[in-house]
Design a protein around this ligand. Structure first.
Ligand code: FAS
Ligand code: PHB
Length: 389
């Protein structure tokens, strides 16, 4: 088989790139390790920056998001039983779109199917070959048959556990990592959200987040031990703990119900450099991971896809390699800014097991500074709504 761009990974990064390329008349093949049903069964991000909203429209998949998503002009920060609001609109003139990654991925698959884009599911033994030559290719097994996909370029969109990053020789890549000593226990419940906007809470018992997918579907998280297990938590225990961590005015109005999904996400900050090896380009979680506190994982995957698409578009239009040659540096510049914000916001909102009394006082002083300083709130709002591409 031959294509112009071979995309490893059928998550949001790979699908968004594939759809943007299709709109530009550039052919791609997506290979995905799992079934489409498995990919669509994942519950992940919930907040989209305007940059990603724009890319989804550019890809022709923005309509359902506009009809079913919610624009949020701010978010609530809770600490010591009180809440204050970060007003995105006042500080940036922008808002964020609340629309689940699961739905966005569904929209992208529907568009790819409609455009008859080739996607191979349940692929095994995928490997990247000759990336550092002008004739890269993939080898893989699909439906029990060995296959080869010849291409001009490879997009490594296969997430943190994929093969793409590891196909860069170990002595040529530099990895930076921080593993946090806690995780997020998240549940989805068919209940109305406790608040119109998200509530990020720092409590003496640990972090909590009240989010949503729509006005009848809520998403809640509580900080838990990194080695905890969702099976250790029945629904009542979860709701009781969430109530203890959010302000009384919210706890008193919280509508609880059976969990539809319950899972624990580990928290890590991770970046690999460079994000390119010859004609293979890394996108999204394949290259970087952020703690979900700042809702930057999916949104930073989107800016990678934007930069890579522009480089590929220019190459196929005129043979100009400049965009592709600048891709890694351009993407990493924005990646490190979102890593910083996610790290800062995670340290502000979570309680560390070994936190000293002084560290705790500093955390509360930082929260009070954010509460009282319009400049600090403006800086946070600018990062939260999304830095320019
Ligand atoms: P993805 O990991 O989504 O997709 C990669 C795809 O590649 C997967 O479908 C995988 O099956 C496939 N793949 C892997 N190896 C392969 C191989 N060898 N061959 C072929 N295919 C292969 N972000 C937020 O902003 N907010 C959140 O609340 C949030 N929660 C998260 C919870 C969890 C458990 C995880 C893991 C991530 C979460 N994220 C969150 C981050 C998440 O949204 C990612 O940023 C987003 O999925 C990135 O998309 P991709 O880069 O496409 O990677
Ligand atoms: C979510 O709704 O899943 C969500 C929202 C904001 C975050 C993280 C997760 O910062």
């Amino acid at each position: 088989m031959r294509t112009q761009v071979a995309i490893v990974g059928g998550g949001p990064s790979g699908l968004l790139l594939g759809q943007l390329l299709h709109k530009q008349g550039i052919d791609s093949v997506v290979i995905e390790r799992r079934s489409q049903a498995h990919v669509l069964g994942r519950i992940r991000a919930g907040v989209l920056e305007q940059g990603l909203v724009g890319l989804l429209h550019q890809a022709g998949v923005g309509n359902r998001m506009e009809n079913e998503g919610f624009l949020h002009d701010g978010t609530m920060i809770a600490h010591e039983g009180q809440m204050f609001r970060i007003d995105f609109a006042e500080h940036t003139g922008k808002s964020v779109m609340v629309y689940g990654q699961t739905e966005l991925t569904r929209d992208l698959y529907a568009a790819r199917d409609a455009s008859e884009g080739k996607t191979l599911f349940e692929v095994e033994d995928a490997a990247i070959r000759d990336a550092e030559t002008e004739k890269p290719y993939l080898t893989l097994t699909h439906q029990g048959k060995a296959m080869r996909i010849d291409c001009d370029f490879i997009a490594g969109c296969d997430g943190y556990h994929g093969i793409s990053r590891k196909s860069i020789p170990a002595d040529k890549r530099h990895e930076y990592e921080k593993v946090y000593p806690f995780g997020w226990l998240g549940i989805l419940s068919a209940t109305p959200p406790v608040n119109d906007e998200l509530i990020y809470a720092n409590s003496e018992r640990g972090f909590a987040l009240c989010s949503m997918r729509n006005d009848q579907l809520s998403r809640y998280y509580i900080q838990c031990d990194a080695l905890d297990d969702p099976d250790n938590w029945n629904d009542d225990d979860f709701w009781d703990e969430l109530r203890r961590r959010i302000p009384e005015e919210a706890a008193d109005t919280l509508v609880t119900g059976p969990s539809i999904e319950k899972s624990i996400a580990p928290l890590r900050s991770f970046v690999t450099e460079p994000m390119r090896w010859g004609r293979m380009f890394l996108c999204g979680d394949a290259a970087h991971i952020v703690p979900p506190t700042g809702a930057k994982g999916l949104n930073t995957a989107a800016s990678d896809v934007h930069y890579l698409f522009e480089g590929l578009r220019d190459f196929y239009a005129s043979g100009d390699m400049q965009g592709l040659d600048q891709y890694s540096g351009r993407a990493l510049d924005r990646v490190w800014k979102t890593e910083r914000f996610s790290w800062w916001f995670s340290n502000l909102m979570h309680r560390y097991p070994d936190q000293s009394a002084f560290d705790q006082k500093m955390q509360l002083a930082e929260l009070a500074f954010l509460r009282d300083s319009p400049e600090a709130q403006a800086a946070m709002a600018r990062s939260y709504v999304g830095l320019p591409y």
